[in-house]
Design a protein around this ligand. Structure first.
Ligand SMILES: [Zn+2]
Ligand SMILES: [Zn+2]
Length: 383
């Protein structure tokens, strides 16, 4: 997600394309940068970026606290002799902070496998921290994700940095209208986070996956195997999920999240079928890319149905020649049956409240629905 962000900044974020400004750091510079991250890590470690929650025996979710620049959740699978982690957040210092927290709260076994569920910056920009911690780490992704990272990672990093001044303006304007000391402190903390991100990421050598696969990849282990699979296009062209049959747990990246989906790089028509394919695995616990752990499969079904429902509605209107702006006015949260059924809209609003930062004018749910409508409108024919 450059992605799970707020209204216009997010759209600007995806519009821009930049050259490879960051190419060509020397080995010496990289060593210097790594030392810089170690310092940043010491500073960030005190702020608690994650809450680690036990999901099943040997399976943990690191739930990302709301940050000015979103961090993804991570899933942690403790194996016989080492550890597999799914997703690496928006910056190396966040990944390093999680590594230290895993050591304190979960296990001191080394992280041997890091999975990138998809190419987005909030899931991959911390990769280098895992390599710094363990030079033997395997960074695993789908072939498509590796390709997308090679193609787009630099641009998306640059876009995330380009979004910061707009975010700073939005926080400053909120600060000027702040009514309580607590709100002022919150704003100042956001400003500190934004400045720290700019500082940490202004130069930074990108990592690519070291292992990639087309469809499936199995990690055998005495504690029970892990199945990694590309189940079809969804949030991106390369999403993979990680399934532990013995623990009945799955990590889904952003193919299933506790927010509304992000469709900017997405595939509206194939996505529900991909979730059906994920759902053929026998799991009870879902660690998603953003938002709370889901126990049971009800929310997954509602999320799937929302995408199908909204896609059908946008498709009909587009065929009838309805302009996008008109559609964004007529499709409201109250008018979408799949948001109203089973309390799904309230569940999403609660997740957004607890796990995201919102600086816009309406509610985050309305803002994301509007973004979904335009993304579906534009990406309808992607297959
Ligand atoms: Zn994400
Ligand atoms: Zn994403």
């Amino acid at each position: 997600m450059g992605h799970h962000h707020h209204g216009h900044t997010r759209r600007d974020f995806f519009r821009h394309c930049f050259g490879g400004v960051l190419a060509g750091a020397t080995v010496f510079e990289e060593a210097f940068l790594r030392a810089g991250w170690a310092r940043a890590q010491a500073q960030t470690a005190s702020a608690s970026l994650f809450t680690i929650e036990k999901v099943a025996e040997g399976v943990f979710a690191a739930l990302a606290a709301p940050q000015a620049l979103t961090n993804s959740n991570a899933a942690i699978f403790v194996l016989d002799r080492d550890v597999l982690v799914v997703d690496a957040h928006s910056k190396p210092s966040a990944a390093a902070a999680l590594l230290a927290q895993i050591k304190r709260e979960v296990t001191d076994k080394p992280v041997r496998y890091l999975v990138n569920s998809h190419f987005h910056w909030d899931h991959t920009q911390g990769d280098v921290a895992y390599k710094t911690a363990n030079t033997k780490v395997e960074i695993i992704a789908s072939d498509a994700t590796k390709q997308l990272m090679r193609q787009l990672q630099r641009d998306r990093l640059k876009e995330s940095l380009e979004s910061v001044p707009g975010l700073i303006d939005a926080v400053r304007s909120r600060l000027s209208g702040a009514k309580t000391a607590q709100e002022r402190e919150w704003c100042n903390d956001q400003l500190r986070q934004l400045a720290a991100y700019q500082e940490e990421m202004k130069s930074y050598p990108l990592e690519l996956p070291t292992v990639s696969f087309a469809r499936t990849h199995v990690i055998k282990d005495p504690s029970g195997e892990l199945q990694l699979a590309f189940n079809g296009k969804a949030h991106t062209a390369g999403d993979i999920q990680v399934f532990s049959p013995s623990k009945k747990a799955v990590a889904t990246g952003d193919a299933i999240i506790g927010f509304l989906p992000n469709l900017n790089d997405g595939f509206p028509r194939p996505w529900p079928k991909t979730i059906d394919s994920v759902g053929s695995w026998k799991f009870d616990h879902i660690i998603t890319g953003h938002g709370a752990v889901q126990h049971g499969r009800a929310r997954m079904g509602q999320f799937r149905n929302y995408i199908e429902d909204l896609t059908a509605r946008v498709e009909r209107a587009k065929k009838a020649g309805t302009p996008l702006v008109e559609l964004q006015k007529t499709i409201t949260p109250a008018s979408l049956a799949t948001l109203q059924t089973g309390g799904f809209g309230a569940f999403v609003a609660d997740n957004l409240e607890k796990y995201s930062v919102y600086l816009g004018q309406r509610t985050p749910l309305e803002d994301r629905l509007t973004a979904n409508i335009s993304a579906i409108y534009n990406n309808l024919d992607r297959v």
